[in-house]
Write a protein that binds this ligand. Structure first.
Ligand code: NAP
Ligand code: ZN
Ligand code: ZN
Length: 411
């Protein structure tokens, strides 16, 4: 019991986090002991074993909001972060966007969630500490982390700057495998994060840090396919779904010079669609309106989070047109063969973007005055925000002001 209280005291002091043995003092090392996580409301939560702890990393605890099961609400939880390795950057998180993927993951809609789950991959923060070999960043820099925190860095995809398609699978910011501490990675609904500098982005001057946060996922996920399929002047381009991704898709397609048509199920979003840059808005529930666009699109970007009729959109593509899916609904989308065969059409997919392209996108946004339209929330409103997200009731991305997590801890 003495060991237990010593351990808890260490956690409370935010020193480090698992003890080598009952008598070890000061700097406890993670050394293969079954660890305990402690939250700051004095409730001990047994965590998964920390297997091996490859590098005997020192770690500290930080506050977060986590889901403990697929049906539980997000609530305060203490997590471990490693002390910085030589090329690591420690960031105090200032803002974190709320992506629909967070909701899919928390509710186990992709059937792979490891609990406890701390979501958040649209992270903007300030560097508070760097490892001795860090060259790209210094203390005080405004930086960002998106959906990945590492990859193998040697496969053909990684060598092309396509780390998101790493053949060994990238380490995702949350629900990935934590190669340092063991267990799963924890995301940005937290006070701080520790990431290798190769996966840290620079927020260019002139970008509002809160409105820049959603660029780290919603931004790059729409920028990358629009660039890859060379969307530009003279093309008719459709964006399907005006949510976090969709509203960035409209802004980028417009900035790239295409004729932009927004498809929405929500008639109330028509004025916003036009304001955000669409030349036309089609209410997709209206079959007559849809038919008017048959065989006319060069490119369609589908950013819908739920089950919907993909064939209704495929039939809008002209010969050699491409529909790229970025939405990731829980259930498969059936495709009618003849919708692809006649005329020859392409049905494609795209996942986030590589690190270099993400930096390019951030720089592009700063240069062209592009950012996300956001609704700022406190972390305590996150469960209500998820309910609203499911109803499409957000204009157009929730961003958590992480100061609210600090003030909760102080209260
Ligand atoms: P979001 O903000 O909730 O937006 C989704 C939009 O889809 C809604 O605003 C709504 O737009 C439309 N929609 C919702 N339910 C619908 C339904 N039943 N039928 C037709 N339209 C519907 O979500 P998000 O954060 O933009 O994410 C969108 C999807 O992309 C999610 O599945 C997410 O997991 C996925 N995602 C993928 C990647 C990737 O790398 N490919 C990255 C990030 C996110 P309207 O009201 O305008 O119809
Ligand atoms: Zn996302
Ligand atoms: Zn790789």
């Amino acid at each position: 019991m003495e060991y237990r209280s010593q351990f808890v005291a260490a956690c409370r002091l935010h020193l480090c986090y698992a003890a080598k043995d009952a008598k070890s003092s000061k700097n406890f090392r993670l050394n293969g002991w079954r660890a305990l996580l402690v939250n700051w409301r004095d409730r001990l939560v047994p965590a998964r074993a920390i297997p091996g702890n490859v590098n005997s990393m020192l770690a500290y605890t930080t506050r977060s909001y986590a889901a403990q099961t697929a049906s539980s609400k997000l609530s305060p939880f203490g997590i471990a972060r490693r002390e910085p390795a030589p090329t690591d950057v420690v960031m105090e998180i200032l803002f974190c966007g709320v992506c629909h993927s967070d909701l899919h993951q928390v509710r186990n809609e992709w059937h792979n969630t490891v609990y406890p789950c701390v979501p958040g991959h649209e992270i903007v923060g300030r560097v508070t500490k760097i490892g001795p070999d860090v060259t790209k960043f210094k203390e005080g820099d405004l930086t960002a982390v998106g959906c990945m925190v590492d990859s193998c860095r040697t496969c053909s995809s990684c060598r092309q700057g396509l780390e998101q398609y790493c053949t060994s699978y990238p380490t995702f910011t949350y629900n990935g495998e934590d190669k340092f501490l063991g267990g799963q990675t924890f995301g940005g609904y937290s006070d701080s994060i520790v990431v290798d500098e190769a996966f840290v982005l620079r927020i260019p001057e002139g970008l509002d840090p809160a409105a820049a946060a959603p660029l780290l996922c919603a931004g790059i996920t729409t920028y990358s396919p629009l660039r890859h399929w060379k969307v530009g002047p003279g093309q008719k381009v459709g964006i399907v779904g005006l949510g976090g991704l969709g509203h960035m898709g409209v802004k980028f397609a417009r900035a790239f010079g295409a004729h932009v048509v927004l498809f929405t199920t929500s008639p109330g979003k028509i004025p916003d669609g036009l304001r955000l840059g669409a030349d036309e808005v089609v209410v997709s529930k209206n079959e007559d309106e849809m038919k008017k666009h048959t065989l006319s699109f060069d490119f369609l970007l589908d950013a819908v989070s739920a089950d919907h009729d993909i064939n209704a959109y495929l039939s809008l593509l002209k010969l050699d047109g491409t529909l790229t899916l970025v939405g990731a609904p829980e259930k498969p989308l059936p495709v009618a063969a003849f919708n692809l065969l006649l005329p020859r059409r392409r049905f494609a997919g795209s996942g986030i973007g590589g690190i270099a392209e993400t930096q390019e996108m951030l720089d592009f946004c700063a240069e062209h005055g592009i950012a996300s339209d956001i609704e700022m929330i406190n972390i305590q409103q996150i469960n209500e925000a998820y309910d609203r997200l499911l109803k499409g009731d957000v204009k157009y991305r929730f961003v958590i002001d992480m100061a609210s997590l600090k003030s909760e801890a102080a209260a």
